[in-house]
Design a protein around this ligand. Structure first.
Ligand SMILES: Nc1nc2c(ncn2[C@@H]2O[C@H](COP(=O)(O)OP(=O)(O)O)[C@@H](O)[C@H]2O)c(=O)[nH]1
Ligand SMILES: [Mg+2]
Length: 305
């Protein structure tokens, strides 16, 4: 009689510079559009968790905000959060575009004083953008994926599996995500903003769910959209309300796919001056001030910037 192999489960970070394809890879791995994607940099603000359970292995992926040099308070908080997350990981995947191989050391890209505690695996992304010859060469001794074509993912999972600890599953084997639907409502609206609004506006934009009546059909969701200035409010509403309707339609499409039910999105716009530089506003939007030094055993990131 054979003894069944022990279960493995672990937390795996998708980390790297902005725009390398972290969110796209998360979505390709879990098969759902959980993390928002945009050609513009710094779309992801808060970590998004995606699950994949294959037989005796549960992979818990964390799509982290790009590890950049922070320019203002929200980015300071984003970096702090990403660094805290890194410390909890069993494995870090360092994503880097294949067209720009070889990747520099992770701690250099992430501007860490030293390599992180967890092991780091380099994963080359956007394999569809390089020539077949280069692809073949890179694939020989490294991990190469294309989220756009769904290629390299099975090989990546197989490579990760032995690096995960022997541990019981933390989540139901059928689950793909761990975060509340409210989170995805706000995220999909932000994705619409990146898609439909120009320049700085998507960065000044945020969304907060005020009411969620899940038992109703259509599901009723009331959301406040926040911008930083009065002039931005007019742009978000658009002529005759056409822009705000388009934002809602984009988010509604994604949500209906995620929850499998019709959705009614009731959207309102409010000005919250300079919220990206306001500690209280940021705390309300999920970027709390970090705990004092000692609580996490490490000093928080740069405070000035
Ligand atoms: N051609 C190609 N483009 C990709 C791929 N993965 C991501 N992208 C594009 O790269 C941009 C940044 O992707 P995103 O996942 O948001 O990157 P992140 O900032 O690292 O999370 C988007 O325009 C994506 O469509 C890929 O496998 N192939
Ligand atoms: Mg992202």
């Amino acid at each position: 009689m054979s003894i069944p192999a022990p279960k493995r489960s672990g937390h795996v970070a998708l980390a790297g510079a902005p725009n390398v394809g972290k969110s796209s890879l998360l979505n390709a791995i879990v098969g759902q559009h959980l993390a928002i994607v945009s050609p513009k940099a710094q779309t992801t603000r808060l970590p998004v968790v995606g699950l994949r359970t294959e037989g005796d292995t549960q992979y818990v992926f964390h799509d982290l905000p790009g590890l950049l040099d922070p320019g203002y308070l929200m980015q300071v908080r984003m970096r702090e959060l990403a660094l805290q997350e890194l410390e909890r990981m069993d494995l870090i995947l360092h994503l880097h575009p294949a067209s720009d191989a070889p990747a520099p050391p992770f701690h250099q890209v992430a501007e860490l004083p030293a390599p992180p505690t967890a092991p780091v695996l380099t994963v080359y992304t956007k394999a569809d953008l390089i020539s077949p010859a280069r692809r073949e060469k890179l694939e020989r001794d490294s991990l190469l994926v294309s989220a756009a074509r769904g290629e390299g993912i099975e090989r990546l999972l197989q490579r990760i599996r032995p690096l995960l600890p022997e541990r019981e599953f933390e989540f139901d084997a059928d689950d793909v995500g761990t975060q509340q639907l409210r989170f995805f409502v706000a995220e999909y609206l932000r994705e619409a903003a990146f898609d439909l609004l120009d320049d700085e506006l998507p960065y000044s934009f945020n969304a907060e769910v005020e009411e969620f009546r899940e038992a109703e059909r259509p599901v009723y969701i009331r959301v406040t959209l926040f911008v930083e200035r009065e002039t931005q409010k007019g742009i978000v509403v658009g002529r005759g309300g056409q822009t705000i309707r388009a934002l809602g339609a984009h988010a509604r499409g994604r949500l209906e796919e995620l929850i499998g039910a019709p959705v009614y999105l009731d959207t309102w716009v409010k000005v919250l001056p300079n919220w990206r530089r306001n500690s209280a506003a940021l705390a309300r939007f999920g970027f709390p001030e970090p705990k004092p030094v000692g609580a996490s055993g490490r000093s928080p990131g740069k405070e000035s910037a």
